[in-house]
Design a protein around this ligand. Structure first.
Ligand SMILES: [Fe+2]
Length: 174
């Protein structure tokens, strides 16, 4: 017997079901994931702040004697700020955003202040601003890796603010 083309089994596949949901990324839909513009904006503000913090701390560190204990503390803080900037930059790119290349106005504002004590006091205000901004952002961050990064960044800022306050409590030259 002859079968009509409409009876051919392959005709059952002429309109295949969509398996896209079962294979996330396989059909290239990952690149079409909408970018969370609000999150990218917040991460870029933090990126610029961390970049500025790293720059200010490098300048303040380099102005101190190699054997100075204050220098060692600033060295550690500077590394944290630099590492945060790198993490933020990579996270923004991973989330499909465009990472800022700007450095916050914080550098010039800090260096316009006279004396290490006052500059570190101002630095701590900037660090507290970062903690507040992370607190504002966290409730809306659904990406688990970005959440972990921000929570870790918050903890290190709280620790570094305390370390800086301890230095200020001991009294600094200038
Ligand atoms: Fe910071």
């Amino acid at each position: 017997m002859t079968r009509k083309p409409s009876d051919e089994p392959e005709n059952a596949l002429s309109s295949p079901p969509c398996f896209a949901a079962d294979f996330p990324g396989y059909f290239g839909e990952g690149s079409e994931t909408p970018v969370d513009a609000m999150l990218i904006e917040r991460l870029n503000a933090l990126l610029e702040a961390e970049r500025a913090g790293a720059k200010v701390l490098a300048i303040l560190r380099d102005g101190l004697d190699q054997r100075s204990t204050v220098r060692h503390v600033l060295e550690r803080l500077q590394k944290d700020e630099g590492a945060n900037a790198v993490l933020l930059y990579k996270t923004i790119q991973r989330l499909g955003g465009v990472a800022s290349h700007d450095t916050g106005a914080f550098v010039h504002k800090t260096l316009a202040i006279d004396g290490l004590t006052a500059r570190l006091g101002f630095l701590n205000k900037g660090q507290s601003w970062v903690v507040r901004k992370i607190d504002e952002a966290l409730p809306d961050v659904s990406d688990p890796v970005a959440r972990d990064m921000l929570e870790q960044m918050r903890r290190s800022h709280v620790d570094n603010i305390a370390a800086c306050e301890a230095l200020l409590g001991e009294g600094l030259p200038g």
